[in-house]
Design a binder for this molecule. Structure first.
Ligand SMILES: Cc1ncc(COP(=O)(O)O)c(C=O)c1O
Length: 385
């Protein structure tokens, strides 16, 4: 066999998939596993969305669409951005993708390369560093601090900016910590991006899953017309992970480059899925509100539960559906703790190190699972520690 491309050595993976494989193996052996590793809502997609997808199939929406996405959906996105972020982009600033992930991929491939530096939160969603590396850029991590509610501040970013910095990536509400950036944080980081002429990639996939805090988008400053790339999608807000549907709002010239990447790879997003997306944005929003209410109750349950377990110390996150407890006082490292929980307790979590070096000393629990499962998990943890 000929050797693989050298670039493959620079791309990372997600250990969530490895943990999932081990879970399946244990389940095949008849063991009961409590799943806290999965990052997807455990709710059905709203019924009117399912109906819209079926209807679109029946009506023959089964052929290619323009690679940028159908106009009806891009217009619905513009209205959603106006409602939620306070500015109305042009449909030419919107690109539809098969999930938020390909939007992040296209945006990075179109903007960063060898010789560039990309500032990312650490810990963070793994693909930012992975794709920046793959593109040949240098990843510059900003270590998030528990004392600071895992927020990345403008000072943190300022310390890392050099002449080579090309992009800053922010994610709020954040995976894996659940942290939410304040208006001051977002404004300060956006000002640094403006002063240094940087791209600002803002992953806002969890913007609707927020508790008692407000979501601020840096895109409100430049109407995503100068430097901000806003990423959002349907996976989390509408429990539509398997549909594969997301979008980016960015400067028109960048969108044109991203469309070239779409033409070369996906051609377009599944046509009837795009129509389901229109129904999600334009239809009733009560499913999302109900889901977020339930997530909030679970957050309260899991945070107080974990703080009652010896060796665990858990902050109270304001968004997403993750908690990121400090486990250093258990005497174990992240990976060791994750393995111990799975093998001894049948509790699947992700080690903090799956999200970067600064995740050492933490594990991530996703509370996209029932309150009964949370209560059972806490009882098992109390017995283990
Ligand atoms: C921070 C963050 N961004 C983006 C995504 C991608 O979601 P999708 O590609 O399903 O839209 C996820 C999914 O877990 C995420 O946690």
């Amino acid at each position: 066999m000929k050797p693989f491309a050298k670039s493959m050595a620079r791309i990372g993976t997600e250990s969530a998939f490895e943990v999932l494989a081990r879970c399946r193996e244990l389940e095949r052996q008849g063991k009961r596993i409590l799943h806290f590793e999965i990052g997807e809502p455990d709710f059905p997609s709203p019924p009117h969305v399912v109906e819209a997808a079926k209807k679109a199939l029946d009506q023959g929406f089964t052929h290619y669409t323009p690679p940028q996405g159908i106009l009806e959906l891009r217009e619905a996105v513009c209205e959603e951005i106006e409602r939620s972020r306070g500015f109305k982009p042009k449909p030419d600033q919107v690109i539809i993708g098969p999930g938020g992930k390909p939007i992040i991929l296209f945006a990075m491939l179109a903007t960063v390369e060898e010789g560039d530096e990309v500032i990312v939160q650490d810990p963070a969603y793994p693909m930012y560093a992975s794709i920046a590396n793959y593109a040949g850029a240098k990843v510059v991590p900003v270590r998030l601090r528990e004392e600071n509610d895992f927020r990345m501040t403008a000072e943190d970013v300022n310390e890392k900016v050099t002449r080579k910095t090309k992009m800053v990536v922010i994610n709020s509400p954040q995976n894996p910590t659940g942290s939410v950036l304040s208006k001051e944080d977002v404004t300060g980081i956006a000002e640094i991006a403006e002063d240094n002429d940087l791209w600002l990639l803002s992953d806002e996939i969890y913007n609707r899953i927020i508790y008692g805090a407000e979501h601020f988008s840096p895109a409100t400053r430049d109407a995503a017309a100068e430097r901000t790339i806003l990423v959002d999608g349907f996976s989390k807000a509408y429990a539509m992970t398997g549909y594969r549907l997301g979008y980016g709002v960015a400067p028109e010239k960048l969108v044109q480059k991203m469309v070239v990447l779409a033409i070369n790879t996906i051609s377009c997003v599944t046509t009837f899925v795009q129509l389901a997306g229109v129904a999600a944005l334009k239809g009733p929003q009560d499913s999302t509100a109900k889901m977020v209410g339930e997530f909030r109750a679970r957050r309260d349950l899991i945070v107080s539960g974990l703080n009652g377990v010896r060796g665990f110390k858990c902050a109270n996150p304001k968004g997403a559906f993750y908690v990121f407890p400090n486990i250093t006082r258990t005497g174990m490292g992240s990976a060791e703790c994750g393995n111990y929980l799975l093998e001894k307790g049948g509790i699947a979590v992700l080690p903090g190190t799956a999200f970067g070096d600064a995740g050492e000393g933490y594990v991530r629990f996703s509370y996209a699972t029932s309150r009964e499962n949370i209560k059972e998990m806490i009882e098992k943890l109390k017995a283990l520690f």
